[in-house]
Design a protein around this ligand. Structure first.
Ligand code: URA
Length: 218
């Protein structure tokens, strides 16, 4: 029987730990992630899109992967989904400048469609390969609340059984440091919704979820 191919992982690209708890600071992590070749996606995008936000943020929001505009800008959630996220955060009374925003996968996975680069959903292997970066961001920021948006981020943090459709909006314990997690919808899913009434309804659900965590991070 042929040997099973090793799963790709970002683990060898992590910088050495900087304290006895095995943490690294965000700038060190960001610099190291820029050179990550832990999975084949490093070849597809312009560069690594690492998280941004204050190191002492009480809220960490996690998306799926950078989109076309994020890949070009090198920053998460700056395109249409990011604009919707900004609007929803403002309506929920959360100041985005105080939020750490990142993605489960740090490279843009896409396929050509004419002149456009069309988003392709990252696979489980890519999510697992990139997980060391997300774990390190969590360890460095130590947020009070983590909000995964959409199934990819929720499953990266809560396991493959987690169902956003059934469990979104539930505030649950996360890790052993007293943090909590609440999964919600992904803003791109709202943008894809064609029916305007349904889109408004889903947007209202998204804002209501964010309002639920606002008092915990204010
Ligand atoms: N969608 C995501 O999941 N992340 C981004 O950064 C942008 C769009």
């Amino acid at each position: 029987m042929p040997a099973r191919a090793a799963y790709p992982t970002a683990e060898p690209f992590l910088p050495p730990p900087e304290d006895e708890a095995g943490r690294r600071d965000l700038d060190t992590l960001r610099a190291a992630a820029a050179g990550c070749r832990g999975c084949p996606l490093y070849e597809s995008g312009t560069g690594t899109v690492f998280g941004v936000g204050p190191a002492e943020a009480r809220l960490m929001m996690v998306g799926e992967q950078p989109g076309d505009q994020e890949d070009l800008a090198g920053l998460p959630f700056v395109g249409p989904a990011g604009q919707l996220l900004d609007r929803a955060l403002a309506e929920a009374g959360i100041d985005r400048s105080r939020v750490y925003v990142t993605n489960a996968v740090k490279h843009f996975k896409w396929e050509p469609r004419g002149k456009r680069r069309l988003h392709r959903k990252p696979g489980i292997r890519e999510v697992r390969a990139c997980a060391p970066w997300l774990r390190q961001e969590l360890a460095a920021v130590r947020p009070r609340v983590v909000v995964p948006m959409g199934a990819t981020a929720a499953q990266a943090l809560l396991g493959p059984q987690f169902r956003v459709t059934e469990q979104r909006g539930e505030v649950m314990p996360f890790g052993d440091g007293g943090a909590e997690v609440m999964a919600t919808l992904h803003p791109s899913a709202l943008l894809r919704e064609r029916d305007p009434a349904r889109r408004e309804e889903r947007y209202a659900t998204f804002v209501a979820d964010l309002r639920r965590v606002a008092p915990l991070v204010g």
